[in-house]
Design a protein around this ligand. Structure first.
Ligand code: SAH
Ligand code: SF4
Ligand code: F3S
Length: 463
């Protein structure tokens, strides 16, 4: 039979990339081949994101390109998966270039849907109707996930494992609860079995994924397993050496227990990604985040008391409706106090159907959003510039990811060994020269130069 080449591209977060990995595995099992080249593909799948308008605009631009490509390649099949597929459904299907639209909850059907399109059964649409009303457990999805796990080899030695689906928080700006559905925690046994398989395949680092991982709760035989319990179970898997979990919602429940698990379990990396979104209580309230700036900083105090060398990362939204300069200054102050390793800053993007978009006018100009974005990153840069100094002269353990973006830039000075990139357990990026075969393995690097985002050094030895 003729090989059918599929090109699949992710536009979204780690959840989205994980779905891509599961779908790739399912397609390979069904006899499709995956290609990195868009040009040679017979089928193109875009796994889309709706979190900001910009993410959707990129997909629409790519669809324009597909429309053009189809003129010279009429048999080309184009499918849209992911959050934007769920949000826009039929509207996307009407796009001239699109043959198939499939929501995040329907990925187990992807092979049969593609077959239907290829057998001239017309355009296919498969998304959740009334997504917030559906039962959160989706046995199809659970079976699909357990079967196809996630060892996609994009970063050697690492894998992502979902522990929760959906979200019930309804932060007023956020589309995720409307496209990913109600929150549900996966059974610990299914998670552990999946991780055991991954460990046998050589995976050393597992990142547990959820929109609010610290709310993980699974009831079984009268016991409720929380994230701290799950970390214990995952720590017991032989071969797994580093465990991370993202993203955390800043709330007291269970927080100290989870931090204690981090302190007690050597495999759990001392790294906490916990978005604050704003440092202004007024904005936090309008965003329906259920904490004040003071409560947030208090959680960080607890974290640092329990895990002294913890590295913290955050997310912020600038230019939320009604955000004054005074509000923004409070955010800048929070960033100074929080002492993040790094933070991600996003300009508010109104999402249709969310509460903030229904009720509030997007009244901060783009120029001001842009300025606040730059200003906040500058504050963070000065924090990171101080933090990175503490690494000078120290030897750190990293998990090597592979070649850096410019692998040959200084190879001549290092016995022709290329430049590699790795990360510490606390998520600092480390650049050094070494053999490419180190990818997926641990190495020790002595730091001799630092910049706010990156540490540079020389290979000390490898393990
Ligand atoms: N569940 C995670 C975040 C998921 S979305 C959490 O709550 O921490 C990732 C980030 O995108 C969010 O932390 C937020 O900072 C940003 N974001 C979400 N919706 C946005 C919007 N409408 N405009 C701009 N940024 C947004
Ligand atoms: Fe969105 Fe809030 Fe849920 Fe995160 S916690 S996914 S920001 S609704
Ligand atoms: Fe992720 Fe974007 Fe969906 S951030 S969950 S792919 S809306």
């Amino acid at each position: 039979m003729k090989t059918r080449l599929v090109h699949i591209k992710s536009f979204g977060c780690q959840m989205n990339k994980l779905d891509t990995a599961l779908v790739k595995s399912a397609l390979k099992e069904a006899g499709f081949d995956i290609t990195e080249s868009l040009k040679e593909a017979d089928l193109v799948l875009f796994n889309t994101c709706s979190v900001r308008q910009h993410a959707e605009d990129r997909v629409i631009a790519n669809l324009g390109h597909m429309k053009h490509l189809k003129k010279s390649k009429p048999h080309l099949v184009v499918g849209i998966m992911g959050c934007m597929a769920q949000r826009l459904g039929k509207e996307l299907l009407e796009h001239e270039a699109v043959n198939l639209v499939v929501g995040p909850g329907q990925i187990p059907h992807i092979v049969s849907l593609l077959e239907a399109v290829m057998h001239d059964q017309g355009k296919q649409l498969d998304i959740s109707n009334e997504i917030r009303q559906q039962a959160p457990d989706n046995p199809d999805l659970e079976a699909f996930e357990s079967k196809h796990d996630s060892d996609d080899k994009q970063i050697p030695g690492q894998a992502f494992v979902r522990i929760m689906r959906g979200c019930n928080n309804f932060c007023t700006y956020c589309i995720v609860p409307y496209v990913r559905g109600p929150e549900i925690s996966r059974p610990p046994q299914a998670i552990v079995e999946q991780i055991e398989k991954l460990a046998q395949a050589g995976v050393k680092q597992i990142t547990l994924l959820g929109q609010t991982v610290n709310a993980y709760a699974y009831e079984d035989a009268g016991k409720t397993y929380d994230l701290a319990d799950l970390l214990v179970l995952v720590s017991e898997v032989n071969g797994i050496e580093w465990i991370r979990f993202v993203t955390n919602y800043p709330i007291e429940d269970n927080f100290d227990r989870i931090m204690q698990a981090m302190a007690d379990l050597p495999k759990v990396c001392n790294y906490l990604h916990m978005p604050a979104q704003s440092g202004s209580d007024g904005m936090l309230k309008a965003m329906n985040r259920r904490y004040t700036a003071e409560q947030y900083l208090d959680l960080l105090k607890h974290a640092r008391a329990i895990v002294p060398d913890i590295a913290v990362a955050g997310d912020f939204i600038v230019g939320f409706p009604g955000e004054t300069n005074e509000d923004f200054q409070k955010t800048a102050e929070l960033v100074r106090q929080a002492q993040y390793k790094n933070c991600f800053v996003f300009k508010y993007s109104p999402r249709p159907g969310t509460t903030s978009d229904n009720r509030l006018e997007d009244n901060v100009s783009d120029a001001i959003k842009q300025q606040r974005n730059l200003d906040l990153l500058a504050v963070q840069e000065s924090v990171s510039a101080n933090l990175c100094q503490t690494f000078m002269g120290k030897t750190v353990k990293v998990l090597v990811e592979g070649l850096s973006k410019k692998p040959h830039v200084n190879a001549a000075e290092h016995n022709n060994l290329p430049q590699l990139i790795g990360r510490t357990a606390t998520d600092w990026i480390v650049v050094f020269n070494g053999p490419e075969t180190l990818a997926g393995h641990f190495a020790e690097v002595t730091i001799n130069r630092v910049s706010p985002l990156t540490l540079f050094g020389d290979l000390a030895s490898n393990t």
